[in-house]
Design a protein around this ligand. Structure first.
Ligand SMILES: [Zn+2]
Length: 327
């Protein structure tokens, strides 16, 4: 048996002699099974990348519930490759790392910022290496913590043209469907305005900002690629997009806004997207997905998300029309 293994090792160093060796020494049906195995395992790797760090993903699902507190600490975990979840149990924050520095999307609430910074450190990364701060939508639960994180990292803060004045004043825009509903939050300094549709790069990291107004005027979604060895996946951090507003606000009274809203949803549905993340983890069923055999990997996730948001918006517009007829 030992000799057979030794011969196999010698033969494996030369591919042709290895094949001849296999044909000569293994029954033909065993060889067929071996080839079928190679083909199947090759296909599996191509369509469903290996999900790394399942223990830390499971730990998050153990500590956090589906709809959890915004400021409840949750353990960070690797999403895929160089992308990490560093948010709290109820609010997402995503860290994408590189040798040229890191990018952090969203800063949580004011209290959440400390949890995010701790999570980054506990993964072994330094806040000093965070170079870019990005945002989803300009509401305090996702951007109030950016001021603190900017202070801790000296990172450059990028904002969409509509979100920039909100981040710098700490007050929601008067055109925001939720204007008047939120408290003021700590102001941060915007270093650069994002050109929507134009990629943002840091070393070998590239991010595509997509305008997805709806929840707010300056809301952005982000697309990038993360790799593990040679397996790469496209990740999309899609904004909240739910049609929530102050009682006095009617979406139907703002046709241009609704048009832009629909356009953003359509663009999102067309995106290549293999892992979907959202500012509120529950919106993309993150906990449920983490516990499923496929994990966060789902090629239809953006399409399905866009469909469900479209239905919610349609329902809201019908509701507004019906209520209007009643009054
Ligand atoms: Zn929110």
């Amino acid at each position: 048996m030992l000799i057979l293994i030794q011969r196999l090792i010698v033969k494996m160093t030369n591919p042709i002699s290895f094949i001849v060796f296999m044909i000569n020494s293994v029954k033909i049906n065993t060889l067929m099974a071996f080839l079928v195995f190679i083909v199947i395992s090759g296909c599996t790797v191509k369509t469903v990348p290996q999900i790394m760090d399942r223990p830390s993903q499971n730990k998050w699902a153990e500590v956090c519930s589906t709809w959890d507190d915004w400021d409840k600490p949750g353990p960070p975990f690797r999403i895929y490759g160089n992308s990490y979840y560093v948010g709290t149990c109820g609010i997402s924050a995503i860290l994408i790392t590189s040798n040229d520095g890191h990018v952090l999307i969203d800063g949580g609430t004011e209290a959440g910022a400390d949890i995010i910074a701790e999570n980054i450190k506990s993964l072994g990364f330094s806040m000093n290496d965070v170079r870019f701060l990005l945002h989803s939508h300009e509401h305090f639960d996702h951007v109030a913590g950016l001021a603190k994180l900017q202070e801790l990292s000296s990172a450059k803060l990028f904002a969409s043209p509509e979100a920039a004045p909100v981040l710098q004043s700490g007050i929601a825009s008067k055109h925001d469907p939720q204007a008047g509903m939120h408290e003021e939050f700590p102001t941060s300094k915007v270093d650069e305005i994002i050109n929507v549709g134009q990629s943002l790069t840091l070393g070998n990291l590239t991010f595509l900002p997509i305008a997805t107004p709806g929840h707010t005027l300056g809301a952005l979604s982000w697309q990038w690629q993360s790799c593990e060895n040679t397996e790469c996946v496209i990740i999309v951090y899609a904004d909240s997009l739910s049609p929530i507003s102050h009682d006095s606000y009617l979406f139907s009274e703002h046709p241009q806004y609704v048009d832009d809203y629909k356009k953003g949803i359509r663009n999102l549905s067309l995106l290549e997207c293999e892992i979907l993340l959202t500012p509120h983890p529950s919106a993309s069923k993150m906990r449920k997905n983490l516990l499923s055999p496929e994990g966060l990997f789902d090629k239809n996730s953006c399409k399905n998300y866009a469909e469900s948001i479209t239905k919610r918006l349609q329902k809201r517009l019908i509701q507004e029309k019906t209520n209007d007829q009643i009054h």
